[in-house]
Design a binder for this molecule. Structure first.
Ligand code: Q46
Ligand code: ZN
Length: 304
């Protein structure tokens, strides 16, 4: 197979585009897909200060790399989750990348700064680890963006992630989530703008991007991911995609174009009920926010 752009031998085939690319043209293709996502959805302005959520995995490091290459002022944020060796190794990948590019990495360590790790904290609060983890990430990421004066927060959700989340939301008809599952969430009081510039790229392409650019990323999955419903949705979608390449992107982009606006009222009804957390000031629907509740339970002395 030959490269679609330059006719040199291809190193990767992308079936949904019915195309192959050589190394340089593939990297160009990845940057182009990000540039187009940013442009189509008005994600970033050239003068924006961007905070990229960096987990040490392929998607977030590739995103950071591409945003820097495209000339954005992008810093990274690494959250230490206290998940044993996995957190140690992922932190090392994030730091090594930042050092190699002389980019700025902001770090927040949940065990050191808040006194609990995700495995013990979620058990003490009787929550599923990924739910405690997800709400902590959202809360701390938003706080870091606000405190650091960033205009926008960028995450490495790729096409596979978004299609899997969409499938899960459709299977349950979670209408407020469907109304909010957008590639750009505008800033609202207490929240910075959120963008997902990798929506036009698949997981496999991000792994190839890192391998071809020599970015060292953590390959192991988080040990707490087991039983995570999204993995099942991804497998189901991969089985369909395998038989008819392009289905995944038709599903996700068709949703954005034709269905997402129908669910906007459900999402804004939820938004309207927000007030300030009594403890930390973050926007919440209750008296205190989910993170403050988790923190209280996760750090309560045993038997208390
Ligand atoms: S890090 Fe956290 Fe993930 Fe691990 S505990 Fe679950 S949500 S699986 S992306
Ligand atoms: Zn709070």
């Amino acid at each position: 197979m030959r490269c679609r752009r330059c006719r040199e031998p291809a190193v990767i085939e992308i079936r949904r585009h019915n195309a192959g690319f050589c190394r340089d043209c593939f990297l160009h293709h990845c940057r182009e897909q990000v540039r187009r996502a940013i442009e189509d959805h008005e994600m970033l302005r050239p003068e924006d200060r961007v905070l990229v959520a960096v987990s040490g995995g392929k998607d977030s490091l590739a995103l950071w790399d591409i945003l820097l290459d495209l000339g954005y002022a992008a810093d990274g944020l690494y959250l230490g989750l206290g998940i044993g060796d996995y957190s140690d190794a992922s932190g090392r990948c994030a730091r090594a990348y930042a050092a190699g590019r002389t980019a700025r990495l902001v770090e927040v360590d949940i065990p050191a700064d808040y006194g609990f790790g995700i495995p013990e904290g979620s058990a003490a609060a009787r929550r599923v680890p990924c739910s405690a983890c997800g709400l902590s990430k959202r809360h701390l990421f938003n706080a870091a963006a606000r405190d650091g004066g960033y205009d926008v927060m960028a995450t490495g959700h790729n096409l596979d992630d978004e299609a899997a989340v969409l499938l899960g939301n459709v299977l349950r008809w979670s209408t407020p989530y469907l109304g909010r599952q957008l590639p750009v969430l505008p800033a609202t009081p207490g929240f910075a703008r959120k963008v997902k510039p990798l929506i036009r790229l698949a997981e496999r392409e991000m792994a190839a991007y890192c391998v071809l650019t020599g970015i060292d990323y953590i390959v192991e999955e988080c040990p707490m991911a087991e039983g995570n419903r999204h993995l099942g949705y991804k497998e189901a979608l991969n089985a369909v995609e395998d038989r008819s390449p392009g289905t995944k992107s038709a599903f996700y982009f068709g949703f954005l174009e034709r269905a997402a606006p129908l669910f906007a009222p459900a999402a804004s009804a939820e938004q309207a009920g927000l007030r300030d957390c009594a403890s930390c000031g973050a926007p919440t629907t209750g008296e205190t926010c989910a993170f403050c509740k988790l923190l209280e339970k996760a750090t309560r002395p045993e038997g208390g």
